[in-house]
Design a protein around this ligand. Structure first.
Ligand SMILES: Nc1ncnc2c1ncn2[C@@H]1O[C@H](COP(=O)(O)OP(=O)(O)OP(=O)(O)O)[C@@H](O)[C@H]1O
Length: 615
């Protein structure tokens, strides 16, 4: 056995994280114990699963227990587990680097924020093992992996820039962590402190915990208990434990059923959506159990991907204990579980929307993207998901939301379809030309601010027998009576024909058609996409980076608008400026449609217009 000491540098992001942990995190620092106990429990869950399904493990009979020992004289705290342990490669990979790119970005973002760090967010994110350095000036880890022919390694660091790895004497399977406490954290070498902290944070660990050799009482699997026996506080503490959270959950669903499957489920919606805050893609957070035995931690299969924001537990007696991850993928039982729990959760959300609208609104504001992702892709649940969609509309105040059902309930008698329009914000939509005709007819229009909304509407096409129609569709037909009458002071039909023909010539391949509008009231002109809707065209511009020129549009002009009438005059007088004005009117309409136009041409043209206006 070589006893050579290898010194290794922490990855940059880990150094940044450690710097934050050591210098900025003071509140609730006792949570480090929860993090370490939870890691120990995870390691034992993994061992138990390996025992059930995998190869023979070292020390087959070693009991799965967490031992915590305090030493008030040497000011150390030791946490020992009999879990899977770590190989040398795992030590380096798990405790020296961060693989998840979202976490990397998040840490960088925090490190850049100087003193303005949102410490609550760090808590949400979970600093895991590194939280040990909130209280320890040095951490020594001795670990022996479960592989029969594995070795023992000792990892040591003061959490500053580097760590060492040395080979150690063979020992029992699992991991022992010794925390050499900082002077201001000596209290954690006292048994009473540890007892109190365990009681507060780790009552739900599914393994026995011993403090200085005496077993501490822990609570049995909460999800199998009767709802009436569980206090709110128990639920909240359980949530904090499984989700590594500091705060309480936003919503909770606890249900048991016997048919069609025997299921005990406890699901939580967190208070924050980390994806929304910019912390990469959320990993699934619901674990799969069979009679309280963990089958798959944070299972990616037991719920659809769009429910990845949920935290919790699904326990079903019907699952075979030794189901392997490969067979799980094809298991009819897993897909049935998935379907049943998803439907139940959606029903719960729909109920919440009715019984606690304010809370539902908070949920919607933070998590709507997940619901939309489901509505766009998950045909099994699309119908129920669409019920949950909420929008602002031309009939609501800013921030007030309506469902499709609300919309239908107040549709006008002569209205046959549901109308929506996409735009970056309420202000832009309201000041644009597309609402004019609807305002005139008193038809409500839903405002969709996300491209995915239009994608969903485009894919479902109708709701409750009513067609969903984008208000910026070129061939919008609001019925005979809904067309604008030609106004008395509009250009004559001959002039309109001459003007539109001239515009086609001037604008060339930028337009596929120019015609008189039957829907404009206040705006001089409006554009439509010949391919569907402007929002589709906008998306094409965003997705296709080379698509930096706007594709052709259909231009409609308001023949009663003073600006259009003056344009016609200028055209007839063969004023050279008419061409410049026509191009600008066209691009103004494209901008109102949210399309990106070439700014260089626009600036030159505007300068020309200004020069003329200023004389
Ligand atoms: N006691 C342990 N036994 C075996 N492996 C461990 C132990 N503690 C930590 N590890 C390994 O180190 C990794 C990193 O731990 P860390 O606590 O930083 O993050 P995590 O547990 O994966 O995530 P989080 O704490 O955010 O849930 C773990 O995923 C695990 O593989």
């Amino acid at each position: 056995m070589s006893t050579a000491v290898e010194t290794k540098e922490f990855q940059t992001e880990i150094r940044q994280l450690l710097d934050i942990v050591i210098h900025s995190l003071y509140t609730d620092r006792e949570i480090f114990l929860r993090e370490l106990i939870s890691n120990a429990a995870d390691a034992m869950e993994k061992l138990r699963y390996t025992q059930l399904t995998g190869p023979e493990v070292k020390d087959q009979d070693a009991a799965l227990e967490v031992h915590i020992d305090t030493d008030d004289n040497s000011h150390t705290l030791t946490i020992t587990d009999t879990g899977i342990g770590m190989t040398k490669e795992e030590l380096i990979g798990n405790l020296g680097t961060i693989a998840h790119s979202g976490s990397k970005e998040f840490i960088k973002h925090l490190a850049d924020k100087g003193d303005k760090k949102d410490l609550n967010l760090i808590g949400q994110f979970g600093v895991g093992f590194y939280s040990a350095f909130m209280v320890a000036e040095k951490v020594t880890i001795t670990t022996r992996s479960y592989h029969l022919n594995g070795e023992t390694f000792i990892w040591e660091s003061d959490g500053v820039g580097s760590y060492t790895i040395t080979e150690g004497e063979d020992r029992v399977r699992g991991t022992k962590m010794v925390l050499h406490l900082k002077e201001d954290a000596y209290e954690f070498a006292k048994e009473e402190t540890i007892q109190r902290v365990i009681k507060q944070y780790s009552s739900f660990v599914p393994y026995p915990i011993f403090v200085n050799g005496t077993k501490v009482n822990t609570v049995d699997a909460l999800w199998t208990k009767n709802k009436s026996e569980i206090a709110d506080n128990d639920y909240n503490e359980f949530y904090k434990f499984i989700a590594n959270a500091f705060d309480e959950p936003l919503l909770r669903l606890h249900f048991s059923s016997d048919a069609p499957l025997n299921i005990n489920t406890l699901l939580f919606v967190p208070k924050e959506n980390l994806e929304q805050i910019g912390f990469g893609r959320t990993e699934p957070g619901v674990s799969l159990y069979c009679k309280k035995v963990l089958i798959q931690e944070k299972s990616p299969l037991v719920l659809p991907e769009w429910l990845r924001f949920l935290r919790g537990v699904i326990d079903s007696e019907e699952l075979p204990l030794n189901i392997s991850r490969e067979t799980m993928q094809d298991s009819a039982l897993i897909s049935k579980l998935n379907k049943v729990v998803t439907s139940r959760f959606l029903k719960y959300l729909d109920g919440q929307a009715k019984s606690e609208p304010e809370k539902f609104k908070e949920f919607w504001e933070k998590f709507n993207f997940f619901i939309k992702e489901g509505a766009a892709n998950d045909y099994n649940h699309q119908k129920d998901l669409i019920k949950l969609l909420r929008f602002e509309s031309s009939s609501t105040e800013a921030g007030e939301l309506v469902s499709l059902a609300d919309y239908i309930s107040r549709m006008k008698e002569d209205q046959s379809a549901i109308y929506y329009v996409n735009g970056p914000s309420r202000e832009v939509i309201e000041s644009g030309p597309y609402l004019e005709v609807f305002r005139d007819k008193g038809f409500e229009v839903l405002f969709t601010y996300a491209a995915i909304d239009d994608y969903i509407f485009g894919s479902i096409r109708e709701y409750e027998g009513k067609k969903l129609i984008s208000a910026d569709e070129a061939d919008l037909n609001l019925g005979e009576t809904n067309q604008q009458e030609r106004s008395a002071d509009a250009l004559s039909e001959e002039d309109v024909l001459a003007l539109t023909n001239w515009l086609k010539e001037v604008l060339g391949d930028k337009v596929t058609d120019v015609r008189e509008s039957k829907r404009l009231v206040d705006s001089p002109a409006v554009v439509f996409s010949p391919f569907g809707t402007n929002s589709m065209q906008r998306m094409m511009q965003l997705v296709n980076k080379d698509f930096n020129k706007v594709g052709p549009s259909v231009l409609e002009i308001n023949s009663a608008h003073p600006m259009i009438k003056r344009l016609d005059n200028a055209r007839r007088n063969e004023d050279a400026f008419a061409k410049t004005a026509a191009e600008q009117i066209f691009e103004n309409a494209q901008i109102a449609a949210g399309l990106i136009v070439d700014p260089r041409n626009m600036v030159n043209r505007l300068n020309e217009i200004l020069e003329r206006a200023l004389g």
